[in-house]
Unconditional design. Structure first.
Length: 133
């Protein structure tokens, strides 16, 4: 588990996940002790998770989700957006395009690249601009 420096404030995602755990637990009328017992930790540890002081590992979050009857994604709904530093590979649509592109035959990939280049540059794709088969 990643630890923060003593004077470092909790990460925004840790605070958000903790708040979502607390909210769901309370909606179910479940105490911290019951949640703690169900996942094999102390109630103090649940308090630290809920306040964002301790990060929740992936496996522990999976256990918490099962006990609280939600999908793991529930804990990230409405979370502050991650800084992807503009990396287009983090966008789902781009991942899908790459996956589909890799399924094409090499000569078809060349045609797709030429077409995309023509569209991106605003040029009309002419047969001369297309690679030969």
């Amino acid at each position: 588990m990643s630890r923060r420096a003593p004077n470092e404030p909790p990460h925004a995602i840790d605070l958000h996940v903790g708040e979502r755990i607390r909210t769901r637990r309370m909606l179910l009328g479940m105490g911290q002790e019951k949640l703690a017992q169900s996942i094999g930790v102390t109630f103090q540890q649940v308090q630290k998770y809920e306040k964002g002081y301790n990060r929740v590992s992936a496996s522990r979050l999976y256990e918490i989700a099962n006990v609280l009857g939600v999908a793991v994604a529930f804990f990230f709904e409405g979370a502050p957006q991650a800084n992807t530093t503009g990396d287009p590979m983090h966008e789902t649509k781009n991942i899908k395009v790459v996956h589909l592109f890799n399924q094409l035959k090499p000569h078809t990939q060349e045609h797709v690249v030429a077409l995309m280049k023509a569209i991106a540059t605003g040029d009309r794709a002419s047969p001369a601009a297309m690679p030969a088969e």
